[in-house]
Design a protein around this ligand. Structure first.
Ligand SMILES: [Zn+2]
Length: 93
């Protein structure tokens, strides 16, 4: 028998479409079940550091590849790559 990738059927949290995916490569998003918004996202759409209790109650939801692509495009429009400043650390060996 050939080495097959195990696929699972799930529902996309964004478009509610049923899709099959391999658990190892599927995109997931942490959702806050109380506000029904992605973790750290406020109702106004702004991103905020999530509170520890919000992180604790958040659940992992699956996102289909179409919605991932759509989200990436959106992120590019809203958040152009910013120049990186010297926040990296050098080990003192
Ligand atoms: Zn979707």
């Amino acid at each position: 028998m050939e080495d097959e990738q195990i696929t699972t059927i799930g529902r996309c949290h964004m478009c509610k479409r049923t899709f099959s995916f391999t658990p190892a490569s599927v995109m997931t998003i942490m959702m806050d079940p109380e506000t029904n918004l992605p973790l750290g996202m406020t109702v106004s759409g702004a991103f905020r550091e999530p509170a520890p209790e919000v992180t604790a109650r958040s659940v992992k939801e699956h996102i289909c590849s179409d919605c991932v692509k759509r989200a990436e495009r959106l992120r590019e429009l809203m958040d152009p790559p910013a120049p990186q400043f010297g926040t990296w650390q050098r080990g003192d060996s």
